[in-house]
Ligand binder design. Structure first.
Ligand code: GDP
Ligand code: MG
Length: 193
């Protein structure tokens, strides 16, 4: 009993150190205007950005969360989704642990282009990484051009989960990031520092 008690008085400091800290890098892909930057801002700052400020090249935001008894530093790399910045996007592919492939449920074209974004994984041999298909702007139900069922079956084809989000109404945004990070923490013993 006694040594235990003594240990308890010494422990707080040590316990803090053993509280594992990990870095998880995520990359968002998808056409320009689908809401990649909004998803990141919603998750990181809990704000909805009404304007479309096209991302130039690449952008970055981070958020620290407590998950599975770990301090997780979630680093989000935001891509432009434009052809002319393709090479910058490609240069970030290898360093990311998880991927969010985003389309806009009100813009059929952004759904059609998903093949292009998924092909990127094949082209760069990134088969085993954690990824999720995201149908964003679910609040605009009157303008919907892609049904949930259709997107779900495409996600099945690619072997990834499908999640619908709304940055405007907060729907599923936090869960989306948390679930992806959880998958990554489970799948790797040592996430990339
Ligand atoms: P990105 O080019 O993929 O980064 O797109 P942005 O995040 O900049 O968003 C493009 C536009 O879509 C902006 O005007 C946003 O306000 C709008 N937007 C993004 N997400 C949503 C959403 O969930 N619902 C609605 N109604 N608008 C959204
Ligand atoms: Mg953007």
């Amino acid at each position: 009993q006694k040594p235990q008690k003594l240990l308890a008085t010494v422990l707080p400091q040590r316990r803090e150190k053993s509280f594992e800290e990990v870095v998880v890098k995520l990359l968002l892909l998808g056409d320009s205007g689908v809401g990649k930057s909004c998803l990141i801002t919603k998750f990181a700052d809990d704000k909805f950005v009404q304007e479309h400020n096209p991302t130039i090249g690449i952008d970055f935001k981070k958020k620290e969360i407590d998950l599975d008894k770990k301090k997780v530093n979630v680093q989000m790399f935001d891509t432009a989704g434009l052809e002319r910045f393709q090479s910058i996007t490609i240069s970030y592919l290898k360093s990311a642990r998880g991927f969010l492939v985003v389309f806009d449920v009100t813009k059929r074209e952004t759904y059609g282009n998903l093949t292009k974004w998924f092909k990127m994984f094949e082209d760069h041999d990134l088969k085993s990484e954690a990824r999720v298909l995201v149908g964003n702007k679910s609040d605009l139900s009157g303008d919907r051009m892609v049904s949930k069922e259709e997107a779900q079956s495409l996600a099945e084809k690619y072997g990834v989960p499908y999640v619908e989000t709304s940055c405007k109404e907060t729907e599923a945004v936090e869960d989306l990031f948390h679930d992806l990070v959880k998958i990554i923490l489970k799948s790797t013993i040592h996430p990339i520092p």
